[in-house]
Structure formats: C-alpha cells, structure tokens
Design a protein around this ligand. Structure first.
Ligand code: TYC
Length: 138
C-alpha cells in the first residue's frame, strides 16, 4: 500500500501521517476549518494513510550458554519449565548446548524474551549454578 496525497477525505482509517507538519500548515493558512489541513490557499497536500497500519514486532532468540558446572538434569528442567518443552525436546536442546556451546530455546517478542532470561538467571542463581541465558535480536 502506497501513501498518496489526498484532500479532505473522511475514511474511518484515514490519518494524517505527519501531524506536526499538518498542524503547522493548518495554522499558517488559517483557511476553511471544515477541510482537514485547510490546504487550499497554500497549494499543498496532506499525505494520508487509508489502510490501518500494523507493525510486526521485532523478534529475539533466547539462548542458553554452555558451562562446565551446571548439571545436565538442571538444564533439562530449565528448558522444560521456562520454555514449555517436552522432556525429550529439552534433552535435545541441552545436548546441543553442551556440544556446541550455545543453543536456542525459543523466539519471542522483546518483553517476553527479557522475562525468560530473567526467570532462568534467577532460577540458576537460586540453585547456585553458573548457567547463563541471553537474548539476541533475530
Ligand atoms: N556442560 C554441562 C555439563 O557437562 C551441561 C550443560 C549443558 C551446562 C547446557 C549448561 O547450557 C548448558 N554438566
């Protein structure tokens, strides 16, 4: 969908894209208040958008890092508990991290990923394991 210059249309989803510029023009020309943007006397157009704008959120991988001390069983428990994996999937993820140094437990929006990282780090600290969990933008 492209943004096209339009005059005073009243579609329910039509919005002025640059309201600050629109306001400045409107104030500068001080013309017909019934015409949005009041642009007739300045020969300018207000750019509007008709389609409701949706933006897909950025996604983040949550990763576990390998270390030499955290017990394998603990990592499996973490993956089951915080990433809702079956014991079989959790074991595969744990082994991938153990063998490769790092592995993905899931992909989430920013706030969910941040919450997972905090939950895992707090749980590991509470049990005195050095397990590290991080997030990275996809
Ligand atoms: N390397 C650990 C061990 O041999 C197991 C482990 C796996 C630790 C995954 C952390 O993220 C991790 N006990």
């Amino acid at each position: 969908m492209t943004d096209v210059p339009m005059r005073g249309t009243a579609h329910p989803h039509t919005r002025v894209i640059r309201p600050s510029l629109a306001a400045a023009r409107s104030a500068a020309v001080a013309s017909d208040p019934g015409s949005p943007g009041g642009d007739d006397r300045s020969n300018t157009a207000i750019i509007t958008r008709t389609k409701p704008k949706t933006k897909r959120p950025s996604l983040y991988r949550v990763l576990l890092l390998n270390d030499d001390y955290t017990p394998m069983e603990f990592v499996v428990l973490v993956v089951e508990r915080f990433f809702n994996k079956t014991q079989e999937d959790a074991y595969q993820i744990m082994m991938h991290v153990h063998q490769n140094g790092v592995g993905e437990c899931g992909v989430f929006t920013y706030e969910v990923a941040e919450t997972k990282v905090t939950q895992v780090m707090d749980f590991a600290r509470k049990h005195q394991h050095p397990l590290q969990c991080v997030m990275e933008k996809k």
